[in-house]
Design a protein around this ligand. Structure first.
Ligand code: HAM
Length: 438
């Protein structure tokens, strides 16, 4: 009977055939972040809803329209729509900010947003993200942008544009809000209902509205760069100097405001034109007020997150390389019960050497076993029957070259000799991007 329960709209399965793509992106991102001094953190999938109201912001699309919230025993919990709020909560709760500054953490996690699914936009998606707390200097902004660029480069991704902007601090933003209220106030009748309520509370959010009419109106709105205070302007100029020093190309895009409320000063996005309208593969910025807003002493902080699905889409489009695991190292085909017992003990010893070993557990004929070995692309095969067990010797066959090698069947000796032979035969085929089975 066919399964008539399908996966929820906007979610994806990753089947074993494609897992190497995920492992590639995760490994490269993780290794790169560690070279910049970042350490991994893991946080819960759901948090108290108030955490997101206070950090992401009550007037954002994420909070107003996209959160998955449940009430359990009168408390509201929300599946995390992003990683920053939970990560900062965890850093505070575990006293990380009392340690040597800056604190640097990275995470790989799933996020949940009830958006309209489309190519590159999912309801459950995955982020690699990181946060640095304890520096207000523009050199820290340059450091994390350089780290993001490093990850994209190490993945082999090309044609990515870095857009940067500054959205100022609460002081310069007060002036800017006035200008926005004036501008949008004149076009009040055309705004969507959500933006109408944003006009009073948080007019900057209108700039980020996904409705066609609002985004059309927003095109000619005043830009924050014209309202920056001296400190914010200097911060932004210094950042640009550092990026030039690091030879990182960028474009100043005064339209970037980001969809989350916690940002101050620097915001940035890396955008690819290869995957359609949802081309932002990485977004981030500084959020100097968030930690204080969550009840701690003020600590400046900043970070970014990359969408893993989008990175993989760009890599597929650009024909980037993904890590491949070596195929099954040896398939053992036993022809009877005593041979099956031998296959088991040989496999045990060989696996201790780190080899991927399979043998028949289905009770197939020899012919069917060989067909299976071929299908899983086994590098070597070994047929075990009465003759082999009696002689206590057997031949393994290199499936690529057809070459055969006779080995003693004592478990330890066999494993030792197979290990040496395998390395001799296969080393040439293992390029730097192939990882040994572990
Ligand atoms: P964000 O821009 O909302 O920022 O998300 C970061 C990245 O996640 C986006 O650039 C995109 O690649 C991916 N993404 C977002 N929504 C979706 C979706 N519905 N489907 C697929 N991919 C998606 C944040 O989440 C901030 N927490 C980043 C940050 C960290 N800022 C400071 N620290």
């Amino acid at each position: 009977m066919a399964l008539n329960i399908k996966r929820p709209n906007g979610t994806e399965d990753v089947i074993p055939k494609n897992i190497n793509k995920w492992q590639t992106v995760e490994k490269v991102a993780r290794d790169t972040a560690e070279k910049f001094g970042f350490k991994e953190i893991r946080i819960p999938t759901f948090e108290n809803t108030n955490l997101f109201l206070r950090s992401v912001g009550e007037t954002t699309d994420v909070v107003q329209k996209e959160m998955y919230t449940v009430i359990a025993k009168e408390t509201k919990f929300t599946l995390r729509p992003e990683g920053t709020a939970g990560t900062i909560r965890a850093m505070l709760e575990n006293g990380l900010l009392n340690d040597a500054m800056p604190q640097r953490v990275f995470y790989i996690l799933s996020c949940f947003r009830h958006e309209r699914p489309q190519k590159g936009r999912l309801r459950e998606f995955h982020q690699f993200g990181l946060e640095m707390a304890g520096s207000s200097m523009p050199s820290a902004d340059a450091e994390i942008i350089s780290l993001a660029k490093n990850i994209l480069d190490n993945l082999g991704i090309k044609n990515i544009e870095l857009n940067i902007n500054s959205i100022g601090c609460p002081e310069c933003r007060a002036e800017y809000h006035k200008a926005l209220k004036e501008y949008f106030g004149e076009k009040k009748d055309e705004l969507c209902d959500t933006c109408l309520s944003r006009l009073e509370k948080n007019p900057m959010r209108i700039l980020d509205c996904k409705s066609e009419i609002c985004s059309e109106i927003a095109k000619d709105a005043p830009v924050i760069l014209d309202y920056l205070c001296d400190e914010c302007r200097e911060h932004f100029e210094k950042l640009q100097g550092y990026l030039k020093n690091l030879s990182i190309d960028f474009k100043i895009n005064p339209k970037i405001v980001r969809g989350l409320d916690y940002y101050t000063k620097t915001v940035f996005e890396f955008v690819s034109t290869d995957i359609g309208s949802q081309g932002t593969v990485c977004g981030g910025g500084r959020y100097d007020g968030l930690i204080e807003q969550l009840g701690s002493k003020a600590v400046p902080a900043l970070g970014f997150a990359m969408g893993l699905e989008r990175l993989i889409m760009v890599m597929e489009n650009q024909g980037c390389e993904f890590m491949q695991k070596e195929p099954c190292n040896l398939y053992i085909a036993p022809m009877d019960e005593p041979a099956l017992n031998k296959a088991m003990s040989l496999a045990k010893s060989l696996r201790e050497y780190g080899h991927w070993i399979e043998y028949d557990v289905v009770g197939r004929s020899l012919k069917a076993q060989m067909k299976y070995a071929d299908k899983i692309n086994a590098s070597f095969t070994l047929v075990l029957g009465t003759n082999e067990l009696e002689a206590n010797r057997a031949k393994i066959k290199n499936m690529k070259t057809g070459e055969q090698f006779e080995l003693p069947l004592d478990d330890e000796k066999f494993a030792d000799k197979f290990d040496a032979l395998y390395l001799d035969n296969m080393l040439g085929n293992i390029d730097q991007f192939i990882i040994k089975n572990s």
